[in-house]
Design a protein around this ligand. Structure first.
Ligand SMILES: *[C@@H]1O[C@H](CO)[C@@H](O)[C@H](O)[C@H]1NC(C)=O
Ligand SMILES: *[C@@H]1O[C@H](CO)[C@@H](O)[C@H](O)[C@H]1NC(C)=O
Ligand SMILES: *[C@@H]1O[C@H](CO)[C@@H](O)[C@H](O)[C@H]1NC(C)=O
Ligand SMILES: *[C@@H]1O[C@H](CO)[C@@H](O)[C@H](O)[C@H]1NC(C)=O
Ligand SMILES: *[C@@H]1O[C@H](CO)[C@@H](O)[C@H](O)[C@H]1NC(C)=O
Ligand SMILES: [Cu+2]
Length: 601
């Protein structure tokens, strides 16, 4: 069945589906966005309430200490149907919206986020890239920090806004990000770069029309399912002729819209909260100046295209070089390589998408918002072999040298295999990860008699003892890349390449540090490995996931846990909320079947 679009604009040029059908209660991507960050002339801007700054006060701000506040949010989680790209399909919503709400704070504030699970499935929320020092229980990973939040239960997360910049939050339960359970997280701090207007989050994300549970099942059967489309801030049109299962489809779901002011410099906070697609972002006729990767400010450089793997963020400054009446397409393409590629030695950057080209619109201040732009896409070349920025291109603004002789070194060989029951899993040094949902291993580890070795072997623990620094050599014996994400830390990226690392470090005095880095694929289909060498400072005792941020790879167990500082963990007080949610989980699973065909995360 095809729907005729609801007509919002009387102009014949654009007939758009109503926001309530595409994105529910979310106003992201609309021109009447209530969240208007740091727009100096908007008295209702949350940013103005948070951080009273204007560009002429820039220098003062660098030295200003803000009083810290609690930032309260309520997330009511429900499951239902929306049509983000026009196709009626299953979503998990927060407060009735897809994508979820933007949360923001000033550096040093405390987030207090009450999650009410009114969906029919358990859940758990992770705050990507935060250190969670002293609050490792609030990291949102079931089987480590907490038990899952069962349907009908509530859980309140409390943690410090301990980084500055752009990130996101997302479900860490059974690949629920695929259903849309994610949103931006922005933490304001002394601005290190001059700009006039903060345009806010720009999320680039692949979208599947099938339920996340069905996607998990297909993945475990070694049946890679291409994403259906590619969205920007939860919006994009879809070609309704491609719908084969009879789902209702709006031919004009509508694009996300952004405002530019001629002559001004704009900050765009790019985030890839997608499951699989490597994104290539451009704006027609505009240059992008990259100023940060993940939470690390870097020496600015200019580029036509920004590539982002799942989990990664990049802030860019964009000078509005057009006239006040102009409008432009803003685009993101999922990397074109796909498993159907006939060249067996070609890198496979992901499963690909039926509709890989996402678009959104930039309207300048005097543009006719009832018309589509007519601009042409920027031609660009991508970094070979599914990489993002080459390592030598990203130089942290605040230099830091990694420890030259790490106290311990761990090598991890990663590949894919079928286990004894024919399930397609990822192997890390011949072990796969599977979450034991009925335990919260960090809480257990506070007991002096409990040892890391008592934790379920499927947790894939690497006990780093009391070492102060560790180097981890990740070898990828597979044709696709893996955006590797470490919780609770940034890591230094010392090197990446193919073959065996020869000890050479890129930018040895000041290598890039971040929380998610693209581990390159094998260049020849699995003979020669791709590698990444990372180094971490073990200054945050706990049990921390190191995992691939491709949702389907995590479904197949592509994760290990780094555990250290047991004696410090023993001094942590387990929050009552953790004990409570585990009790509720245990009660719930007595009368409900917990379906966990996947790794659980
Ligand atoms: C969307 O699909 C679901 C499941 O088939 C159905 O219950 C719902 O009525 C549909 N919504 C619309 C607006 O068509
Ligand atoms: C939509 O898809 C159909 C079927 O593949 C194709 O024939 C048609 O050209 C597409 N329309 C557009 C506007 O791309
Ligand atoms: C194979 O992996 C699946 C998914 O993790 C698991 O349920 C199953 O028990 C595993 N089979 C064996 C024999 O380990
Ligand atoms: C993994 O298993 C293979 C085959 O049994 C073996 O050759 C290899 O040494 C093992 N690797 C590790 C790191 O244990
Ligand atoms: C350092 O880490 C290694 C594992 O990588 C471990 O075997 C060793 O015991 C640790 N050393 C200390 C002093 O804890
Ligand atoms: Cu992966």
């Amino acid at each position: 069945m095809k729907w005729s679009p609801f007509v919002l604009f009387t102009s014949a040029a654009i007939a758009i589906a109503p926001q309530s059908e595409t994105n529910g209660e979310s106003d992201l991507g609309t021109l009447d966005l209530t969240w208007r960050p740091c727009v100096g002339d908007n008295p209702n801007s949350v940013c103005n309430q948070l951080l009273d700054w204007a560009p002429d006060r820039w220098d003062d701000l660098l030295h200003e200490v803000k009083p810290s506040k609690e930032r309260h949010y309520t997330f009511d989680i429900t499951r239902g149907f929306l049509s983000p790209d026009g196709v009626n399909s299953s979503v998990i919503m927060v407060n009735g919206g897809f994508p979820g709400p933007t949360i923001e704070a000033n550096e040093g504030d405390t987030f207090v986020i009450e999650v009410n699970n009114n969906a029919n499935v358990p859940t758990s929320i992770h705050w990507h890239g935060l250190f969670q020092k002293q609050t490792p229980f609030m990291d949102g990973v079931p089987s480590i920090g907490q038990c899952p939040i069962p349907p009908g239960a509530s859980f309140t997360y409390r943690f410090k806004a301990d980084r500055v910049g752009t990130s996101w939050w997302h479900s860490h339960y059974q690949g629920q990000t695929v259903a849309g359970l994610f949103g931006p997280m922005i933490i304001h701090g002394p601005p290190l770069f001059r700009y006039d207007i903060d345009v806010g989050p720009v999320m680039l994300h692949d979208r599947w029309h099938i339920d996340y549970e069905d996607l998990n099942d297909e993945t475990l059967k070694a049946n890679p399912v291409q994403s259906d489309s590619n969205l920007i801030n939860g919006k994009m049109d879809y070609n309704c002729s491609l719908v084969t299962d009879g789902a209702a489809c709006f031919p004009d779901a509508g694009f996300s819209k952004f405002r530019f002011k001629s002559g001004k410099t704009h900050l765009l906070r790019l985030i890839n909260p997608g499951a699989d697609g490597l994104q290539h972002f451009t704006i027609d006729d505009h240059k992008l100046t990259v100023v940060s990767v993940d939470y690390t400010p870097i020496e600015p450089f200019e580029t036509d295209v920004v590539s982002l793997a799942p989990g990664q963020r990049t802030e860019v400054l964009v000078k509005a070089v057009g006239k006040p009446s102009d409008s432009y397409w803003l685009r993101s393409d999922i990397d074109p390589s796909n498993p159907q590629n006939s060249d067996p030695t070609a890198s496979v950057c992901g499963v690909g998408s039926r509709q890989p080209h996402a678009k959104a619109i930039v309207y300048y201040e005097k543009a006719d918002c009832k018309k589509y732009p007519t601009t042409q896409a920027t031609k660009y070349t991508t970094t070979a072999r599914c990489g993002t920025f080459p390592l030598d291109k990203t130089v942290p603004l605040i230099p830091e040298a990694p420890p030259t002789t790490p106290e311990t070194e761990v090598t991890v060989d990663m590949t894919i295999m079928a286990n004894a029951s024919g399930v397609f899993i990822w192997s890390l040094n011949n072990h796969t990860f599977r979450a034991n949902m009925n335990s919260a291993s960090l809480a257990q580890s506070t007991a002096p008699t409990f040892k890391f070795s008592d934790i379920d072997p499927l947790a894939n623990i690497y006990n780093l003892g009391s070492n102060k620094t560790a180097r981890i050599l990740l070898y990828n014996i597979f044709a696709a890349p893996h955006p590797m994400h470490l919780h609770g830390h940034d890591f230094y990226v010392l090197a990446d390449g193919a073959g065996v690392w020869d000890g050479t470090v890129t930018n040895a005095a000041n290598p890039i540090r971040r929380d998610t880095h693209q581990l390159l694929p094998s260049p020849d289909g699995g003979v020669t490995p791709g590698y990444t060498v990372i180094e971490m400072v073990l200054d945050n005792p706990g049990i921390w996931p190191l995992h691939c941020h491709v949702s389907q790879h995590l479904t197949g167990g592509m994760m290990l846990e780094v555990a250290y500082g047991k004696s410090t963990i023993e001094t942590y007080k387990v929050p009552a909320a953790i004990t409570d949610v585990c009790e509720e989980w245990n009660l719930w699973r007595m009368t409900n079947v917990v379906d966990q065909p996947d790794s659980g995360l």
